[in-house]
Design a protein around this ligand. Sequence first.
Ligand code: 13P
Ligand code: G3H
Ligand code: NA
Ligand code: ZN
Length: 305
Amino acid sequence: MLLTTKEIFKKCYGKYGIPAVNVFYMEEVHGLFEAAQKANAPFIVQTTPFARDYAHPKMLIAMIEAAAKIYPKVVYAVHVDHGVEEHIYDAIDSGSYTSVMIDASHDDFDTNVARTKAVVDRAHAKGISVEAELGVLAGIEDDIVIEAGKSSYTNPKDVERFVHATDCDCLAIAVGTSHGAYKFKGKQGIQFHILEEIQQRLPEFPLVLHGGSSVNPEEIRRINNAGGALKDDAQGVAMAEIQKAISLGVCKINIATDTRLLWTRVVREFFRDTPEQFAPTTPGKVLMEEYVKFMLNKFDDFGTT
Ligand code: 13P
Ligand code: G3H
Ligand code: NA
Ligand code: ZN
């Protein structure tokens, strides 16, 4: 059943988290939908600007809609991740998306409000939910690099004014996570004092955590044992921190890096161990199976029901 993110968040708020997973290619769409059907767990499938450039927006929609027919029991939302107006209005017109993110977080407060409000007006007219962002995450997102010095935590004093002025349905906040495989320089983790103050000011309002990958050290080790050269300081968000964030109002946890690492591990190990092979479908099958396992673990860890 295709729902809006607003509908999904009503049920999960404060109780369990919803994985929001970026998809680029067919095998991960299969893996995601198959795992969700097995676990009977709601999820959000999302597409980025990079995915549009890579696969074409029509291909992304076609894969997602095909998967929904193959796995008819799933409960899910289709969401535009890190959208700009052109992508968002395309998605709204396509009739295939139930949720969009307008990422005007790099603009000043008033411009962010104005751009977000314009998107909200057009999205709400079609019953589509809107995620907005306040605060700037550090890290690499597809090919956009934000230096740590240019990032900034969400100021809790701004959140009520922002939500009131824009009428957005959920809010992405910057509370210490970053995009990519190198999230923290030391052990700082999520800034819970900021998250707690945001929740106090926005009780019952769904929050979104970008940069939600765990960057499992075992996965890094296996990639490097199979010829990879990821650096030692690869580090993600501890699951206990994500679970605590869920209890503090984080409903949506964005994941992209973990599934990229999964692909890298499966493909590298496959060709290390069977260098005589040359069929993409053989590692592709392994990839789908591993993806299902990965998602089942996420649903379990996030308490998704
Ligand atoms: P990760 O880099 O932690 O996977 O975060 C992805 C994300 O926030 C996509 O919007
Ligand atoms: O935000 C969307 C990107 O695909 C995230 O990429 O895994 O490098 O953070 P990342
Ligand atoms: Na998003
Ligand atoms: Zn993000």
